[in-house]
Design a binder for this molecule. Structure first.
Ligand code: ATP
Ligand code: MG
Length: 360
């Protein structure tokens, strides 16, 4: 049982600061996902929690106790890496037992823990096999088993599924989530895959360039992204952005050359008559009759996905490409025009300068 608290963490490699002050309280039993593009600092944060990397400034506490100076082995944390290496000459049982053996745990207890972990991971029938006699997913489970047998306070995962094929990844994702529900061990999981993050995490820490952009539940970050970066990173296909201007009375948005959309609730005076970035998710457009309060789209091409259709097209003079997702199959010709409305609560507005969300 453990909560983990990151308090204003900074990290520099030489002169190069790569983590610029990160704070987060991770609750006992929570599954937290650190999500962000390559190089944003995810692994560095994880390695600082594990004790594999020195913290330049700030504190990491486990159950209220600062662990900055504790060796990795004394932190009661188990970490699964992307490139986990099993010992090829050892059986599954021995691979899982090895860490306990070097900690000189009594044999009977090792036997009991390995058997229990094997049952949870459905590996019992493979305990006598060598790693090369297993599938990729089974090997991944053995790597997980090595951590489970330690019964740590905290699990750390650094992109553990990235070398599995797409189908196996989906399956392992479900298994991981089930495993978490069974064991309830506080977990921090790093990935750059937003779908993985959304399906696994109780909460996400979304990072960019060594900064935290937003911390929230999957639904919160989808429905109320705090910045343009988060808005564009979460959701597939990605959110569309339009350059626009809020009207003087704060009741509508003029999108350069492609139409205008009503805003409700009306904008605060601070934001009226100002340049804004308007975000609309592809799934939140509806077809509408031509008229005020619509965006005109010139169809460019279609992708028929079966259950629904993605329509890619251009808007107005600006001719920026954008995408909408419509239920059912549609067959619009290239060059035909569609008129689209968006219900006001589905609009996302951002300050053009700071990239921060405006209003609710
Ligand atoms: N040992 C190191 N020495 C110097 N710079 C480092 C070191 N480790 C990481 N960095 C730098 O710190 C930044 C963050 O790296 P990190 O490995 O944490 O990124 P990441 O988000 O895990 O990326 P990826 O998704 O590619 O694994 C990068 O700019 C990287 O070049
Ligand atoms: Mg990494």
């Amino acid at each position: 049982m453990a909560d983990v608290s990151l308090r204003d963490i900074y990290k520099s490699f030489g002169q190069n600061e790569v983590i610029h002050g990160i704070s987060c309280d991770i609750h006992d039993g929570e599954f937290i996902v650190i999500l962000g593009p390559s190089g944003c600092g995810k692994s560095t944060v994880l390695r600082m929690i594990a004790g594999l990397e020195v913290i330049t400034q700030g504190d990491i506490a486990i159950n209220g106790k600062v662990v900055n100076q504790l060796e990795p082995a004394d932190r009661d944390i188990a970490m699964v890496f992307q490139n986990y290496a099993l010992y090829p000459h050892m059986t599954v049982f021995k691979n899982m037992a090895y860490g306990l053996k070097i900690r000189r745990m009594p044999k009977a207890e090792i036997e009991e823990r390995v058997q229990r972990a094997a049952r949870i991971l459905e590996l019992t029938e493979f305990l006598d096999r060598k790693p090369r006699q297993l599938s990729g997913g089974q090997r991944q489970r053995v790597a997980m088993g090595r951590c489970i047998v330690r019964e740590p306070k905290v699990f750390l995962f650094d992109e553990p599924l990235s070398n599995l094929d797409a189908k196996l990844r989906v399956q392992m994702r479900l298994e991981l989530r089930n495993l978490h529900e069974t064991l309830g061990i506080t977990s921090v999981y790093v990935t750059h895959d937003q779908v993985e993050a959304m399906t696994l995490g109780d909460r996400l820490i979304i990072m960019e360039n060594g900064y935290v952009e937003q911390i929230g539940s999957p639904l919160e970050v989808y429905e109320r992204p705090a910045t343009i970066f988060v808005a564009g990173f979460i959701g597939s296909p990605a959110m569309n952005f339009f350059e626009g201007r809020a009207s003087r009375d704060g009741q509508s948005l003029e999108l350069s050359g492609s139409g205008s959309l009503p805003v409700y609730p009306h904008l605060e005076p601070d934001f009226c008559d100002k340049a804004v970035v308007v975000g609309v998710r592809p799934e939140h457009f509806s077809l509408a009759p031509e008229g005020d309060g619509t965006i005109k789209m010139q169809v460019d091409h279609l992708e028929t996905l079966g259950a629904d259709t993605l329509v890619h097209g251009k808007s107005g003079e600006e001719s920026s490409l954008f995408t909408l997702r419509l239920p059912d199959i549609h067959n619009y010709k290239k060059g035909s025009s569609l008129f689209l409305s968006v219900s006001p609560e589905r609009l996302h507005l951002f300050d053009k300068q700071s990239g921060k969300r405006i209003g609710d």
